[in-house]
Design a binder for this molecule. Structure first.
Ligand SMILES: N[C@@H](CCC(=O)N[C@@H](CS)C(=O)NCC(=O)O)C(=O)O
Length: 208
């Protein structure tokens, strides 16, 4: 059985969604936010971050995008992503890498600004630059969604859920919804999705 180390409102959201869509049983372990992490947790997550997925064979992995890609591969019938030989596979890999390497780190720079400057008065500037980088990244994804129902291919994939998770973290949600209408359209669809509604009750990613 899988084991998911997570926390409400964290990147564990998309992994929990993937496991639920795949009907894969898992044990959930909520990891408290603390500066004094459990050494056993550091063994599997050296940066003390969630999500971490422990696989049925006992191996553990960090990195939300990698976890999503692996789950999609291991549960092909769940349709979590285009298969390796599908034309939309390239888009899926591209957007998963883009979101986890551009948008997610920009979120971290905003929410953990003190880590990104040695200047005690510098966090405001770090946060402003982080939001500017989020704006650049979301604008790229919004343009890609123009005229499309889904970010990748012709059906819901983990890329859509990953995107909605990220945009829900944007510091000013109302301005995000106004600035990126194509992302907002997708987000509105997912806000109505039964599984997202269920997950949102524990994760509280957006107002119900
Ligand atoms: N690159 C990692 C980032 C994970 C991450 O930053 N997780 C946050 C929660 S959303 C966390 O655990 N932060 C605690 C910390 O950095 O101290 C991934 O994509 O999974």
């Amino acid at each position: 059985m899988y084991k998911l180390y997570t926390r409400p409102g964290s990147g564990g959201f998309v992994v929990e969604a993937a496991l639920a869509l795949a009907n894969a049983p898992f044990e959930q372990i909520d990891v408290p936010k603390t500066d004094l992490p459990d050494p056993a947790f550091l063994d599997i997550s050296p940066l003390n971050q969630v999500p971490v997925l422990t696989l049925p064979d006992g191996r553990s992995m960090t990195e939300s995008a990698a976890i999503c890609i692996l789950l999609a591969e291991r549960h092909p019938d769940a349709g979590l992503a285009p298969m390796a030989d599908a034309p939309a596979r390239a888009d899926f890999l591209r957007w998963m890498a883009f979101m986890s390497s551009v948008l997610y780190p920009a979120m971290l720079r905003f929410y953990y600004a003190y880590r990104y400057t040695t200047d005690a008065d510098g966090t405001k500037a770090v946060k402003q630059a982080a939001v500017a980088e989020m704006d650049r990244g979301f604008a790229v994804v919004d343009a890609a969604l123009q005229g499309r129902d889904w970010l990748v291919g012709d059906s819901l994939s983990l890329a859509d859920i990953y995107l909605v998770m990220l945009v829900a973290w944007y510091p000013n949600v109302d301005s995000a919804r106004a600035a990126w209408p194509h992302i907002e359209r997708l987000w509105a669809t997912l806000r109505d999705h039964p599984l997202m509604r269920t997950l949102n009750t524990s994760h509280e990613m957006w107002p119900a």
